[in-house]
Design a protein around this ligand. Structure first.
Ligand SMILES: *Cc1c(COP(=O)(O)O)cnc(C)c1O
Length: 371
């Protein structure tokens, strides 16, 4: 699907959400993306959201809380960007590598990385095979590692260590795209990217935490300064309201809450999907519902083994939205982001639905897409 059709899909989704909210209010909507945002600013904050006053106050707090979150040290610094994608673009524009080598736990990567490389004409290579990645790293390479994919597949820690150590030996700068990984990886007791020796790490304050969509970039001071300067010249940096929201989101972040969602996900009964698969295959043998659990929910990646898989997933996503008010990234995500149907139990709205209600809504929405 090209970007223009993707925009139509997004606009259709926004109209449905708007109409549902007009009819039923916010309670008629269940955002299960795990990306619902959050804006916990206080009255005092509101008075400070000015162009020059805001950054004076929040840059210091963002640096302090950001470094705590990313577990950096005195050699590091943290700054705010408008989105994770903006931080990625600024990083690639500032470093201007000849070559970018990108390890992803599972293909494909987030589109912002290859697209940013295209802008500067850098050679780009991504793979989920460590050997292929290591072969291509030299001193002209920017090495990027995705800590957890858009579908929440988490990197193997030994692989992450191996790539970081090898890249450092080869004098290649290491940048970790830990958009969701900065919070998913601690569930598996993994150290932070900076603790493992990466030069730069970016995370999204919107993913698995109650912050606004913003990109928190942390890393070696001199590198972060260079990247932030480029970001400022292209308007990629977080503005005062986003900075304040990021600060309050980081302040209220609670790993225990995430652990609860992790437990709920582990016990979540998905057998209804197997039953449905069996039932539908009687009618059409091309149907194959493939799903897996994620650390904090589950993801349906395929519903058929035909080329139209993505379209079917989008149909199912729209059924979920229209009939149940359930928002997924399948229909609400940015152009070319993952079309997988992912349910994230860290979402605030997931607390208002039982496991049974969620799975029944999904089963019915899949059934309707095949009628
Ligand atoms: C979400 C995500 C991004 C982009 O975040 P935005 O806030 O949408 O810009 C980049 N990389 C990965 C791995 C992601 O999951």
């Amino acid at each position: 699907m090209d970007d223009e059709n993707e925009l139509l899909r997004l606009e259709k989704c926004r109209k449905i959400i708007r109409d549902l909210i007009k009819k039923k209010g916010r309670k008629g909507i269940y955002d299960l993306t795990g990306l619902a945002g959050g804006f916990k600013i206080t009255e005092e904050d509101k008075a400070l959201l000015e162009t020059y006053v805001g950054p004076a106050i929040y840059s210091e707090e963002l640096n302090k809380l950001g470094l705590m979150h990313l577990r950096g040290n005195e050699n590091h610094k943290a700054v705010g960007f408008n989105r994770t994608s903006s931080a990625i673009l600024a990083t690639i524009l500032a470093i201007r590598p000849k070559k970018v080598v990108h390890y992803v736990p599972e293909l494909p990567s987030h589109p912002s990385i290859p697209k940013s490389c295209k802008i500067i004409g850098a050679e780009y290579f991504e793979d989920d095979n460590v050997e292929e990645i290591l072969k291509k790293i030299d001193e002209n390479t920017l090495t990027i590692i995705t800590g957890a994919t858009m579908d929440h597949k988490v990197i193997n820690l030994e692989i992450m260590k191996e790539i970081i150590n090898y890249a450092k030996k080869k004098k290649s700068i290491v940048f970790v795209d830990d958009a969701s990984g900065a919070r998913l990886r601690p569930l598996f007791n993994q150290p932070s990217g900076l603790e493992l020796g990466a030069d730069l790490v970016v995370t999204s304050t919107d993913k698995l935490m109650d912050g606004p969509r913003g990109g928190l970039l942390g890393g070696l001071k001199e590198l972060v300064d260079r990247i932030y300067t480029v970001g400022l010249s292209f308007g990629l940096e977080a503005q005062p309201p986003i900075m304040a929201g990021m600060v309050r989101g980081l302040e209220s972040f609670n790993l225990d809450k995430l652990k609860k969602a992790y437990e709920r996900a582990k016990n979540f009964d998905l057998s209804a999907l197997d039953d449905l698969n069996y039932e539908l295959r009687e009618k059409d043998e091309k149907i194959n519902i493939s799903y897996e659990k994620t650390p904090t929910g589950f993801v349906i990646k395929k519903v058929t083994n035909t080329e139209n898989n993505t379209n079917k997933l989008i149909d199912i996503g729209f059924n979920l939205l229209v009939d149940y008010g359930i928002i997924t990234i399948t229909v609400a995500g940015m152009p070319r982001a993952s079309k997988s149907l992912r349910v994230d139990l860290t979402s605030k709205d997931a607390e208002r639905l039982s496991d049974e209600e969620i799975i029944n809504a999904i089963v019915n929405s899949i059934k309707n897409a095949f009628n």
